[in-house]
Design a protein around this ligand. Structure first.
Ligand code: ASP
Ligand code: MG
Length: 439
């Protein structure tokens, strides 16, 4: 059994749903199809929720009506038979009636989660009506019945596995299962979600839970590229990546894959394939246990980084200093991305300023604290990178003109990270594209 996940743009138009139906019927292998909400829907729902949180019911009502109009015309193009249009419109009515009812009740965090779930609930149900019209046998497997998170809001993997396996065992006659990405139930039994972009996570969790043959993530680009195609002119798709390399890339800026989605597939050793709905024949990128080749494979950048430097003569020959520094970050639940140390200073980077003021205040007793905002991490990712082909030389040669503020290598053989002021991020990516890839 395999998993096929389709993102918002892959289901965002009726003709794209048609393509998806062709892709899922191409081979005879049984499959679980994970769908996102139609593109733009989750953003619209966030907007509606925000208006409600501000008690701006008029604005919320306007946004609900706009979104409903979008779905009404979607339905008109999606299915042709009267009876199916009636069915599809009934689905749209049901969900928009819900949204209109909540206009009248007081807003809460639980309600917010309910609102955000409407997108995936509608996309999957509408897709099922479409499959019905095409005469494609299938079964809708509601994610809310098996996708559960624990008290820490992390997926409860053993429970997901048990529930999903049981649900599938009831329908051994079916070959195509449709389910929602992103949405789940929390420990209180309420509707919740796996955070924005979480459909990839759903796909990977489902794939791991049933030990799928492959987890296919279908988007609108032909795999993970060696550099950011939105910034750099010439980029190429990467053939193969190891789970570790993919995790580094996803975390450090490659938008195509959600960073959390690597571990479940890695844990159960299910290969992940990144494929393009618009170009289904393209090989895409395959992510497996093996890296496939050695050397540099990609560069990616992450913005919004804050560098914090703590200088202290007390660090000289002292032990326990780093622990004290790290405890401050732990206390404020702020994770550190990059770290470098010298004999009298330690520099770290973080990507959230939520607790910055408190962190600085608690670090000050340790020494002088310097903060630099608006930095970007440029990550060079690959397999045993520094061992091959004079990579370090080429790398530093390429970034000669860039005022690099931090360098980190050695934490893993898959990553060299440079910290640069944000205004140099684009230039750095371009220079590395020619310097490291000759593109
Ligand atoms: N629809 C959700 C979002 O836009 C989940 C996803 O698409 O992955 O964040
Ligand atoms: Mg997505």
């Amino acid at each position: 059994m395999k998993i096929m996940k389709f993102g918002g743009t892959s289901v965002g138009k009726p003709e794209r749903m048609h393509q998806v139906s062709q892709l899922i019927t191409k081979d005879a292998e049984s499959k679980i199809v994970v769908l996102s909400a139609l593109s733009g829907t989750t953003n619209a729902l966030v907007d509606i929720s925000n208006s409600l949180a501000e008690s701006n019911r008029v604005a919320a009502k306007q946004k609900i009506d706009n979104l409903e109009a979008h779905y009404r015309s979607f339905v008109l193009d999606l299915v042709k038979l009267d009876e199916n249009r009636v069915k599809a419109n009934a689905i749209v009515s049901e969900h928009f009636e819900f949204l209109n009812i909540i206009l009248r009740i007081s807003f809460s965090e639980a309600l917010n989660k309910d609102i955000l779930a409407q997108g995936e609930l509608m996309s999957t149900k509408l897709f099922c009506v479409y499959l019905e019209e095409q005469g494609i046998d299938h079964l809708l497997l509601p994610a809310l019945e098996f996708m559960v998170i624990d008290a820490n809001e992390e997926p409860n993997f053993p429970a997901i596995r048990t529930k999903l396996t049981a649900a599938l065992a009831e329908h051994t006659d079916k070959k195509i299962f449709i389910t929602q990405g992103y949405i789940c139930r929390n420990v209180r039994g309420e509707v919740d979600n796996l955070k924005r972009g979480g459909s990839d996570y759903t796909a990977s969790l489902v794939a791991a839970a049933i030990n799928a043959t492959v987890c296919e993530i279908w988007t609108d680009i032909d795999g993970m590229h060696n550099n950011d195609p939105r910034i750099v002119n010439k980029t190429v798709a990467i053939e193969q990546l190891s789970f570790d390399e993919a995790a580094e890339l996803a975390y450090f800026g490659a938008k195509i894959l959600h960073p959390t989605c690597i571990w479940p597939a890695q844990q159960e050793n299910v290969p992940v394939k990144l494929l393009n709905t618009m170009q289904p024949e393209a090989a895409g990128t395959v992510i497996t246990k093996e890296a496939g080749s050695v050397g540099v494979k990609a560069v990616a950048a992450k913005d919004g980084i804050i560098a914090i430097k703590i200088k202290s003569s007390r660090m000289l020959l002292a032990y326990g200093f780093l622990r004290k520094v790290f405890e401050v970050f732990e206390k404020y639940r702020t994770s550190i991305d990059m770290i470098t140390t010298s004999e009298v200073a330690v520099s770290v980077t973080i990507d959230s300023d939520v607790a910055l003021a408190e962190i600085i205040k608690e670090l000050e007793p340790f020494g002088t604290v310097e903060v630099e905002k608006d930095q970007s991490i440029v990550s060079i990712v690959g397999n045993e990178i520094a061992k091959t082909d004079d990579v370090l030389m080429k790398l530093f040669d390429a970034v000669r003109e860039i005022p690099v503020t931090m360098v980190s290598y050695g934490g893993s053989p898959h990553n060299i990270s440079l910290l640069v002021p944000k205004e140099y991020r684009t230039k750095t990516l371009q220079l590395l594209n020619s310097g490291l890839f000759g593109l």
